[in-house]
Every structure is written in structure tokens, then in C-alpha cells.
Design a protein around this ligand. Sequence first.
Ligand code: SAH
Length: 345
Amino acid sequence: MREDIRSMTLEELAAAMGELGEPAFRAKQVFAWLHRGAGSFAEMSDISKPLRQRLEERWELSALKEARKQVSQMDGTTKYLWELKDGNCIETVLMRYRHGNTVCISSQVGCRMGCAFCASTLGGKVRDLRPSEMLEQVLFTQAGSGLEVSNIVLMGIGEPMDNLDNVLRFLELVNHPQGMNIGMRHISLSTCGMIPGIRRLAELELQLTLSVSLHAPDSETRSRLMPVNKAYDVEELFAACHSYFKKTGRRISFEYAMIDGVNDADWQADLIAEKLRGMPGHVNLIPLNDVAESPLKPSRRTRRFQQRLEGLGVTATVRRSLGGDIDASCGQLRRKAMETGKKGL
Ligand code: SAH
């Protein structure tokens, strides 16, 4: 298989151009085109035709194809279903906040983490996304909507830390001054709690925001909701979060989907506060999105849970739900497409 050119760093491109006998600035030209969202070599109008031909022979240039787009009438949230070169489908969501336009991107086709409340994992993982395929979600969402993207969250389908090499390369690409130049402080990465990934990220001391999908502070409940807890227990997870904070000085955000009678008891709020002591965490309470296939139901105690956490000195907010009219939560559009015959699995 030909190498995927949009996943290459500028340095790698420069080296490859050198091998082709081309000057280094060619690499910059090509890099700029790739990061402006060029879908083919033919678009690269300041590159000579013979060179474009050689690039075409040597490299693969992938481009997402828009399979479907839904725009919320309520808040403008837009959800894209993209078709990849191999026919698989992925989702991207564009959310319009006052602080800027945020894209929520997928990191894998499907997911193998098996969380009980999540639609993305129902068909398992098909494959990892390449750096280019993550970058294209940002590029083509921006081009398709005409809105400048200022923030990225890796909170779509997939577990970023189960595809960390590609995710780190994507971060390097999207952060590049000659590319999209999106600052690390404008990027969040969410994990279900893969501890080796958290430790690796801590070593890199990136300025991004780490989000940890907590969903329960006690092992028993968490193992029931999230199989990953059997491999990486929540006690070790809290320890890894404390070391992450010590190493990076960055406040961690904890995602917590409120589930009726499962994780919304007062004692669980108390336990969260106890475990986060000594670390300025932020708990994001998410009204559970009802997934048709799941017996879990949204909690009715969210406000009370929030007040209890706040009373114990833990910052807790209730996430505003966007795109309620367009299946904007994880995996739901892709599942619909799969049911109607698009290749998503
Ligand atoms: N795999 C990563 C990122 C993708 S999920 C992770 O687990 O963090 C993005 C967030 O949505 C996670 O916090 C996930 O737990 C949450 N989520 C998944 N399904 C949900 C649902 N039905 N209702 C509310 N939140 C959900």
C-alpha cells in the first residue's frame, strides 16, 4: 500500500522531497495544500504537473466523503457522517459555543471498550483511524460548514488511548503553525481510563485538557458500567490522575453520565469528593443520553448530586445537551446508517 501523505509530518515530507530531488520548500507547499483540505494532487496548482504525477504515483491522498449531514434546528449543532475510502463510516459533530466552534472527532471506527451506556461500542471496533482521517474530520467540517474551527474534542467514536500513536501524530499535525495551528489549550482528549496512556501523556506534558470518563467512583459500579475497570481499576485510575496533575499542573475534567439508581447516590458524590481531594478536578455531569438498546435510564437526581459535590468543594457543572433533535450523541447516527445498509461494521 502507498504511504498516506496527509499523515506525514513536515519533516518527513521534506526528507521525501529531498529523495525526489526537489527543494525543501516544495514540502512546505504540499504540506500547506494538505492542511487546507486538498482532496487531490490535481488541486495543487503551484506544483508542476510532472511533479504532481510523481506524487500521485508515490503517495495515497485520502479524503472523507460526506455521506450524510444533519443540522439541528434547535442550536445549529451539525453532525456529519463521513464515508472513508474503505467504505467504513465515522461521525463528527460541530457544536457552536459562545467561546468558539468546537468539533468532536472520532478516533476509531467503532470501539472495543464495551461501556454499557454507549452506542459507539455496540458493534465492537473495526479499525483505528489514521492521523489523516482525524485531521480530515476537522478540515472538512470547517470547509463544509464555512465556520472556523477553534476547538477540538477527541470525544467522538472510539477510545483515543487505544490508538494513541496515531492520535499523538494527529495532535502534532493539527497543532502545526503551517497547518491548522490549533493550540493545545484548545484541544481536549477523553479516555475511558486506560492508565498506560494517561501515564504516557503525562510524560509529554502537553497543554491539552485531559478528560477522564469516570461514571462511578467505586469499583463495583464502575466495573458493571465499564469493562475497562477490570483491567485498570478506579483506585489506580485516581492515583494516575493525581500523578498526571502533579506532573503537568493541568486540571483534569471528569465525565460523569448520570444514571438512574446506578451512580447517582449521595455516597457516590461523597466518594468522588474524597478521591479528588488534593487535585483541582472538574466534574462534568452529563444527562444520560437514552440509547434504545440499553436498559439504563437518565437520573432524576442530577441537580442534587451537583449540589452535594459543590458542597464538598468539588467544581461540578451539568452539561448542556446540544443537538437533541439530530441523534448527536456518540455513535447514534452511525448506528442508524449501519441499520440502513451503509458499511459501518
Ligand atoms: N472513549 C473515550 C471518548 C469517547 S466517549 C471515553 O470513553 O472518554 C465521549 C463521552 O461520552 C465519554 O465520557 C462517554 O462515557 C460519554 N457517553 C457515551 N455514551 C453516553 C450516553 N449514552 N450518555 C451520556 N454520555 C455518554
